[in-house]
Design a protein around this ligand. Structure first.
Ligand code: FES
Length: 316
């Protein structure tokens, strides 16, 4: 376990939708750190063959750090982490988490906040809502889900938010017309999206079509790194060679070998894991590096990117 990890006890586990399970964590031997609305934690799961590390939004009220809440969707094409959380983790277990980090904080200067959640993408907004209420912020929540799979907390949200709440159950043919939603955006409003890539792309594309500045569109996606061909990483300092199999990310392979690399989002957006490349050609899959940086081939984001060549020598 790296020095900064925090042990937490699983205080409760419950199903909140057909494919979503909620976990509540409490402190073991050190108080849980404060966090802000929109934060996430990386949860470490010790499987039989490998350690899984997934990022999950904190969905509890930031004003109450007696426990942390996360909700995990059982992924149809899980690489192991969500299956582990759903099948192995039980009340009383101890897991390690990284301290909270926030890449999706509300822009409090906005005059209005339009929150768009897709499925389990509701989770960061669960931590926004109490804070929005305390600050008397103007907001709307638009919640898209499939009731046969997701749609957690919708009763609770409907009761708590009243006319600020709009729900769209695609299993019942209810559609959110993104064009209409964005066309009615009031001056000074900001838009936040959390959900699958397709939803984020749809909102970004519609916003661009309507001439809405990209700076007021904020989004967060916790996509698992996509698989690819296997390759080998060499560490320039020691010559150590580490195999990256087709299902694991470069970051996961480095961690499995005991090599610590700073990271925060594990999804190619935050820039924390940037690592120099000495030899070989990276296959860039991140949203952080500029086109020129990618073309130079001198650095790589190991959380999502891979290698075109059979091996990559990293400046580690
Ligand atoms: S950890 Fe955020 S870009 Fe890699």
């Amino acid at each position: 376990m790296s020095k900064s990890m925090i042990p937490v006890r699983v205080a409760s586990v419950r199903d909140v939708a057909p494919k979503i399970r909620e976990f509540r964590f409490t402190a073991v031997d050190q108080a849980l750190p404060a966090f802000s609305a929109g934060s996430h934690v990386m949860v470490e799961m010790q499987g039989a063959e490998k350690t899984y590390r997934n990022a999950y939004s904190l969905m509890s009220d930031p004003a109450d750090i007696s426990s942390y809440g996360i909700a995990v969707r059982l992924q149809d094409e899980s690489r192991g982490g969500s299956v582990f959380m759903h099948t192995q983790v039980q009340e009383g277990d101890v897991l390690n988490i990284a301290p909270p980090a926030n890449l999706f904080a509300p822009h409090w200067a906005a005059k209005k906040h339009i929150l768009i959640a897709g499925g389990v993408g509701i989770t960061p907004f669960m931590s926004y809502l109490p804070e929005m209420k305390r600050r008397n912020a103007d907001f709307e929540l638009h919640y898209l889900y499939r009731s046969a799979q997701t749609g957690a907390y919708r009763q609770q949200l409907s009761e708590a938010l009243g006319e600020k709440y709009f729900s769209y159950d695609s299993d019942h043919g209810q559609q959110c017309i993104v064009h209409q939603l964005l066309a009615q955006l009031s001056p000074g409003a900001h838009v936040y999206i959390c959900g699958p890539e397709s939803l984020i792309e749809a909102v970004k594309t519609e916003a661009a079509t309507l001439g809405i500045p990209a700076g007021i569109i904020h989004y967060e996606e916790f996509a698992a790194p996509k698989p690819g061909k296997a390759f080998t990483v060499s560490l320039a300092s020691s010559g150590q060679q580490i195999a990256v199999d087709g299902e694991s990310s470069m970051l996961e392979a480095l961690e499995e070998a005991g090599v610590e690399v700073a990271n925060m989002c594990r999804g190619g957006v935050c820039g924390q894991c940037v690592t120099g490349v000495k030899e070989g050609i990276p296959e860039h899959r991140d949203d952080f590096l500029s086109a020129a940086e990618k073309a130079s081939g001198q650095c790589v984001m190991p959380c999502v990117s891979r290698a075109v060549t059979d091996s990559l020598t990293l400046d580690l």
